[in-house]
Write a protein that binds this ligand. Structure first.
Ligand SMILES: NC(=O)c1ccc[n+]([C@@H]2O[C@H](COP(=O)([O-])OP(=O)(O)OC[C@H]3O[C@@H](n4cnc5c(N)ncnc54)[C@H](OP(=O)(O)O)[C@@H]3O)[C@@H](O)[C@H]2O)c1
Length: 272
C-alpha cells in the first residue's frame, strides 16, 4: 500500500513514456513487500529536477537519455567506475547527499561473464556512445582486448584514448573487416531497434560460428543481428540480460536488498 512512509524512486529522461524501468522495479518492490514506488519523470530542465528531487527527499533515481552525462555536475559524489566512464545511470540520495553510479557497466559485464571468461578475450564493440563507454571500461577492467568500431572515427578514438588512459594498450579502433580475429562482438548502437527490426549493425557475411554475439538492443528481444548469429550457430546474449542486470544493480543500491532478477526479467518480458 502506498502511504506517507512510501519511498519514492524514479527514472528521469526525455522521452520517458516508453521506459520499462517502472514496471521492472515495481514488480521487484511488490515481490519483496518493500514500501517503495518507482515512477517515470520526463525532465527537460535537469538542474531544477535535481533541486526538486533533493527538496522532496526522493530516495533515488535512474538516469537515461539525454541526461546521463550532464547529471555528473549536479551530484555530491560519483563512484570511481562512473567517473571513469563519465556517465551516471543511478543516483542514490543518502540524507541529502546524492551519489552517482553506473550500473550499465556491471549489468553488461555480468551478462557477458555469465557466458564466457573475459580475461584475454578479443571483444569488438560496435558504437562509441554512452553504453559503449560503460561496456568498454567494464571489459577492459576484466582484462579483455577491445576493438572499437564506430561510424564517427573521432568519437571512437576518444573512447580508445580514455580507456587506454586507465588500462594501457587494452583498446584500439578498427573496422568491420577486422571482426574475423575477435571472440566476442557487442552491438551498442540502436541499429535494429523497433521499428527498424530488419536492420543489423554487422552483415551476416562478417560473422562466423565461433563468435559470441551480444546485442544491447532489447526491443525486439531477438534482433536481426541475433537471428543472423543464431542461424550460424553462434552463442548469443540478448539485450534483456544487460537491462535486467543494470536494473538489479540499481535496485540493490536503492534498497540494500538482493534483487529478485527473475521477477524483474518477467516484468520486462511481459511488456515486450
Ligand atoms: N540493454 C540495456 O540495458 C541498454 C542500456 C543502455 C543503452 N541501451 C541501448 O543501446 C543503444 C545505444 O545507447 P547509448 O546511450 O550508447 O546511445 P548514444 O550515446 O547515442 O550512442 C549511440 C552510438 O551508436 C552509433 N550509431 C547510432 N546510429 C547509428 C547508425 N545508424 N549507424 C552507425 N552507428 C550508429 C553512434 O555513432 P556516432 O558516434 O557516429 O554517432 C554512437 O556511437 C540504444 O538503443 C539504447 O536503447 C541498452
Amino acid at each position: 500500500m502506498i502511504d506517507s512512509k512510501t519511498k519514492i524512486i524514479g527514472v528521469i529522461g526525455k522521452p520517458i513514456g516508453h521506459s520499462m524501468s517502472p514496471a521492472m522495479h515495481n514488480a521487484a518492490f511488490s515481490r519483496l513487500g518493500l514500501n517503495y514506488v518507482y515512477l517515470g519523470f520526463e525532465v527537460t530542465d535537469l538542474q531544477r529536477a535535481i533541486d526538486g528531487m533533493r527538496a522532496l527527499g526522493i530516495s533515488g533515481f535512474n538516469v537515461t537519455i539525454p541526461h546521463k552525462i550532464d547529471i555528473l555536475k549536479y551530484l555530491d559524489k560519483i563512484d570511481t567506475t562512473a567517473k571513469r566512464i563519465s556517465a551516471v545511470n543511478t543516483v542514490v540520495n543518502d540524507n541529502g547527499i546524492l551519489t552517482g553510479y553506473n550500473t550499465d557497466c556491471a549489468g553488461a559485464v555480468d551478462a557477458l561473464a555469465s557466458k564466457v571468461k573475459l580475461k584475454g578475450r578479443k571483444i569488438a564493440v560496435i558504437g562509441a556512445g554512452g553504453a559503449a563507454r560503460a561496456i568498454a571500461f567494464g571489459v577492459a577492467e576484466k582484462g579483455a582486448h577491445i576493438l572499437i568500431i564506430n561510424r564517427t572515427l573521432a568519437k571512437g578514438e576518444k573512447l580508445v584514448s580514455d580507456v587506454n588512459g586507465f588500462f594501457p594498450d587494452s583498446s584500439k579502433c578498427g573496422t568491420i573487416k577486422e571482426l574475423e580475429d575477435v571472440d566476442i562482438i557487442v552491438n551498442t548502437t540502436p541499429i535494429g531497434m523497433n521499428p527498424n527490426i530488419h536492420a543489423t549493425p554487422v552483415g551476416k557475411e562478417f560473422l562466423r560460428k565461433n563468435h559470441i554475439i551480444m546485442d544491447i538492443v532489447y526491443n525486439p528481444i531477438e534482433t536481426q543481428f541475433l537471428r543472423d548469429a543464431k542461424s550460424l550457430g553462434c552463442m548469443t546474449i540478448s539485450g534483456i540480460e544487460m537491462f535486467v542486470g543494470q536494473g538489479a544493480k540499481s535496485f540493490e543500491l536503492f534498497t540494500e536488498n538482493k534483487a529478485p532478477k527473475e521477477v524483474m526479467r518477467n516484468a520486462v518480458l511481459n511488456l515486450l
